[in-house]
Design a protein around this ligand. Structure first.
Ligand code: TXT
Length: 404
C-alpha cells in the first residue's frame, strides 16, 4: 500500500498473525469438488478462520450435478453463497446475469501477473474481472500400465492404435481396450478436435459442428464401438467409467486431473499412466477446463469474501492443493516449487494444458453442450447415424445462436 504508514494494523499480512484486520462475520463457500477433493478444499477453506478468528467459514459441498442452476436459482432469490466455485464457462453466464461482484481493484485479486493467461482469460467478461482462477485442466488418456504390458500394447497415440489393440486386450479377458464416456459432452470434444473440427467458430459466428470434420468425429466414435475397441454408457458415465477402469475390464479411459487420486486408489499409484488424448484422422486436441472463485454480487460480507478468495487463490494454498490432489495450479510461480515441479502428473498435464484447445468464454457457449450430449446419445442408442447426428446438432446450434 506504500505511504509512510508503518502498517501496524494488527495483522502481519495474509501469511500469519491474528485478526484485528477488521474482518468479521461469516463467509459461505459453495464448493462443487468431488468427494476426494472436498476433504482438502474443506480443510483449507476452514483454516482461513485461523488467520482471521472473527470470520467463520461455512463450507458447503454441493457437488457438480446441477450446481450451475443451483447458484443461479439461489442468486435469483438473493440467497446465494458469498463465494462460489465457478466453472470456467460459468463466469460469463453468472456475470451476464449480474450475479458476480466485479473484482478489479479489490483485495480478491493479488499478484494478477502470476496467473496463467489461459486461466485468467476465463475470469473476464465485458473487460471486467469477475472471478479469480483456482485450477486449470484438460483431458488426457489414462491407462493401466500392467494391462498394457500384459497385452504387449504400446501406449496408443491414435484412435486407430486403440482399434488395433482390441484383439490383444480381449485375448487377455478384457471387455474392451477403452471406455468411451457417452453421457458428458466434454468427453466428445477430443474426437471433434481429432478431425480438425470444433463446435462453432465464435470469431466468424459460424456453426461448424456439421462440417465434414464433425461427421468424421461421430463416425470415429461409432467405429470404436462397432469394432469392439470401446464400450460406453449414456447414463451414469462417471461411475461406469471409473468402475470399468478400476476393475480392469478396460485398460484405458479419457479423464482429467480431478480423477487422478481416485484412479490411483483403484489401480495403484505406480500403475497409472497418463498420455495425450489419442489423435483422430487428421489432428489431435483436448479441451481446456477448470475452475475459478466467484464472489456473489449480493454478498453481505464482501470484504471478508474478497480476502477469502485471495487466500484460496494464493500461491501457498495452490501449492498445497497440488501436493495433496495433483490438481494444476493457475499461478506460474507455483510451478517453480520443487514439490510441484516434481509431481509426475503436473509434469504431464502442465504442457498438455499449454496446448489445450481454447474455448470462447461467451454465455452462449454454455448452451452448446446439452444439444451435443443429447444428439450423440441418440446415435449411441442406434437412433441416428453420424451424419444425421452432426446435422441435428448444427440445426439446434443455429436456432440457439442465430448464427450461420
Ligand atoms: C451441460 C453443461 O455444459 C457446460 O459444462 C461444461 C463445462 O463448461 C466444461 O468446462 C466441462 O466441464 C468439465 C470441467 O471443466 C472439469 O474441471 C471437470 O469438472 C469436474 C471438477 O474438476 C471436479 O472438481 C468435480 O467438480 O467434478 C467435475 C465434473 O466431473 O469435468 C467437467 C465435465 O464433466 O464440461 C461441461 C459439460 O459436461 C456448461 O458450462 C453447463 O454447465 C452445462 N450445463 C448447464 C447448462 C445450463 C444452460 O446454460 C442449464 O441451465 C443447466 O441446467 C445445465 O446444468
Amino acid at each position: 500500500c506504500g505511504g509512510g504508514d508503518d502498517g501496524d494494523n494488527g495483522s502481519d499480512g495474509a501469511g500469519s498473525g491474528s485478526g484485528g484486520d477488521g474482518l468479521s462475520g461469516t463467509v459461505t463457500f459453495w464448493d462443487t469438488s468431488n468427494e476426494t477433493e472436498a476433504e482438502v478444499f474443506r480443510a483449507v477453506a476452514e483454516e482461513f478462520s485461523e488467520l482471521h478468528p472473527d470470520v467463520t467459514v461455512d463450507y458447503v459441498n454441493i457437488g457438480w450435478d446441477g450446481a450451475q442452476d443451483r447458484f443461479k436459482n439461489a442468486a435469483g432469490a438473493n440467497e446465494a453463497p458469498d463465494v462460489m466455485r465457478t466453472e470456467v464457462a460459468w463466469v460469463s453466464d453468472f456475470a451476464n446475469l449480474g450475479y458476480l461482484a466485479p473484482l478489479d481493484d479489490t483485495p480478491a485479486v493479488e499478484d494478477r501477473e502470476d496467473f496463467l493467461e489461459q486461466a485468467w482469460a476465463s475470469t473476464q467478461f465485458n473487460d471486467t474481472t469477475y472471478a479469480v482462477p483456482q485450477v486449470i485442466d484438460t483431458l488426457a488418456l489414462f491407462y493401466n500400465k500392467e494391462l498394457l504390458d500384459a497385452a504387449g500394447v504400446e501406449v496408443p497415440e491414435t484412435l486407430d492404435d486403440i482399434k488395433a489393440s482390441t484383439e490383444a486386450f480381449t485375448g487377455e479377458g478384457l471387455e474392451a481396450p477403452f471406455y468411451l464416456r457417452g453421457d458428458d459432452a466434454y468427453w466428445f470434444l477430443p474426437f471433434i478436435y481429432g478431425e480438425g473440427g470444433d463446435l462453432v467458430d465464435a470469431d466468424s459466428e459460424t456453426v461448424t459442428i456439421d462440417d465434414a470434420s464433425g461427421v468424421a468425429a461421430f463416425e470415429a466414435v461409432q467405429d470404436l464401438l462397432d469394432s469392439g475397441a470401446a464400450i460406453t454408457d449414456t447414463t451414469d458415465g462417471w461411475q461406469n467409467m471409473m468402475g470399468a477402469f478400476g476393475e480392469g475390464s478396460v485398460a484405458m479411459m479419457i479423464n482429467g486431473p480431478w480423477a487422478i487420486n481416485d484412479a490411483r486408489d483403484a489401480i495403484g499409484e505406480e500403475n497409472l499412466g497418463v498420455a495425450p488424448v489419442p489423435a483422430g484422422g487428421s489432428s489431435q486436441g483436448a479441451p481446456q477446463g477448470g475452475w475459478n472463485y466467484g464472489v456473489y454480487a449480493g454478498s453481505a460480507n464482501l470484504d471478508a469474501s474478497y480476502e477469502f478468495v485471495a487466500y484460496m487463490a494464493s500461491a501457498e494454498v495452490q501449492q498445497r492443493i497440488t501436493e495433496e490432489l495433483s490438481l494444476l495450479p493457475t499461478r506460474s510461480s507455483v510451478y517453480e516449487v520443487d514439490s510441484v515441479a516434481g509431481n509426475e502428473m503436473v509434469e504431464f498435464f502442465a504442457p498438455a494444458v499449454e496446448v489445450a484447445h481454447e474455448r470462447a468464454w461467451i454465455p452462449e457457449a454454455n448452451s452448446l453442450f446439452d444439444p451435443l450430449r443429447e444428439e450423440v446419445e441418440a446415435m449411441l442408442l442406434g437412433r441416428a447415424d453420424a451424419e444425421e447426428t452432426a446435422n441435428a446438432i448444427g440445426d439446434r446450434y443455429r436456432d440457439l445462436l442465430d448464427w450461420q
